[in-house]
Design a protein around this ligand. Structure first.
Ligand SMILES: [Zn+2]
Length: 397
């Protein structure tokens, strides 16, 4: 940590410039304490490491959550400077006695409080959720900034995100989710948006890089990015890979239900496994949950017949409760719900000309065209491309 107090109550912040001797004079003559637990801490100075304070006995300081690495300390100092250079009121490691938490950086801006947490290591999900909730209860907006070391890209637009990373998604007023990363080594922010999962941990996304001098605090908290459907050929190659072999690794319960209805998983119609805005909620592969909706509701329906969103949702919900479909935990997205993913999917099917809205009843749709069940994987991949192109054109008018 970078902040300590003397017994007399004087604050010593290591983000300020100090002469080594000046600091040593204080620490040699006075007891230096942790502002949270009031236990003794010691000053660690060295040529290589960033100067910091450390508890002498590690036992029970509640706020000692992150075992701070050099990377974390550096990032915290750089983020502090970045905010201060914008004239923003920022406090390092402010201790909030009411909730017994210490935020890495505490910002007061336009009568609003923000707790910026620079998270580089993985901690217990329950701890992170508890911290998020405590801040919100105190009317403090938590902003999680992930260590750039957590950004795992396997190509320009593909990244791997763990369930833990996703707990740190930020949402501005729209339902668009973003992840903010900062790397103290390259001194760069990366903002990840348009998160579109194609498997439980692989996502297509837009990644934008910014130097701290080119992005301000208000832009970070109100990223307001509009969701973009990935047009990427990567989506098609992932789908091809899935059709040729990944489906073999799908859970037996899925295989049973598809084969039992005479539909091999590799030949699911191309209208399944398409990108849908809110589908981040659903952890199960999109081709499986969307395929299930086609299999259970759309394929058996006669052209001209009507089905309601409620029917599909209730049935889906039962499958979630049985553990057949898995969901993701997104604590920040409180104005959305996994049912949005289902509705968004039905709207995509509408764009594809499979169903149309039935205006006599709310949230009902009429089937207007039969789906093609491909005969082989080659045909399926050809159709996948056509479907994605059509969707992309309709979504970008
Ligand atoms: Zn302490």
């Amino acid at each position: 940590m970078l902040l300590a107090i003397t017994e007399a109550g004087r604050t010593i912040s290591l983000v300020e410039k100090w002469e080594k001797q000046e600091l040593l004079n204080i620490t040699e003559n006075e007891r230096i304490l942790c502002p949270a637990c009031k236990e003794k801490v010691q000053l660690k100075t060295g040529n290589k490491r960033i100067w910091h304070f450390a508890h002498i006995s590690k036992k029970n300081c509640e706020t000692q959550l992150e075992n701070e690495s050099e990377y974390h300390l550096k990032g915290k100092i750089q983020l502090f400077d970045w905010l201060r250079n914008q004239g923003i009121n920022v406090e390092m490691e402010k201790y909030l006695p009411k909730i017994k938490q210490r935020s890495d950086l505490f910002v007061t801006w336009k009568d609003q409080h923000y707790a910026l947490e620079f998270q580089c290591s993985t901690i217990e999900s329950t701890v992170l959720l508890k911290r998020t909730k405590a801040y919100l209860r105190e009317n403090i907006t938590p902003i999680w900034i992930l260590g750039g070391n957590r950004l795992k890209r396997s190509s320009e637009n593909i990244l791997k995100l763990t369930a833990f990373d996703l707990l740190m998604t930020n949402s501005s007023h729209s339902k668009t989710l973003t992840l903010i990363y900062y790397c103290p080594a390259t001194r760069q922010f990366s903002i990840v948006s348009s998160l579109t999962p194609f498997s439980p941990i692989n996502f297509l996304a837009s990644v934008d890089f910014f130097l701290p001098t080119r992005i301000c605090f208000s832009k970070i908290i109100n990223t307001g990015r509009v969701y973009k459907i990935p047009s990427d050929p990567i989506w098609l190659s992932m789908k091809r890979r899935w059709r040729t072999n990944s489906y073999l690794f799908a859970d037996d319960s899925f295989k049973r239900i598809f084969y039992g209805n005479g539909l091999p998983l590799s030949l699911v119609p191309s209208e399944a496994g398409i990108p849908v805005e809110s589908m981040i909620w659903i952890r199960t592969e999109p081709i499986i949950w969307q395929g299930w909706i086609l299999l259970k509701f759309i394929i058996p329906l006669k052209v001209g017949a009507v089905l309601s969103f409620q029917e599909i949702f209730q049935s889906f919900k039962a499958k979630v409760q049985q553990g057949f479909f898995a969901l993701r935990q997104l604590p920040f997205l409180n104005d959305s719900h996994y049912s949005f993913a289902i509705m968004d999917y039905l709207q995509q099917l509408e764009k594809l000309g499979v169903i149309e809205r039935d205006f006599r009843e709310r949230s009902s749709f009429r089937k207007i065209a039969e789906l093609t069940v491909p005969k082989n994987v080659e045909e399926a991949c050809r159709l996948d491309k056509m479907v994605l192109m059509k969707l992309y054109k309709k979504s970008n008018i």
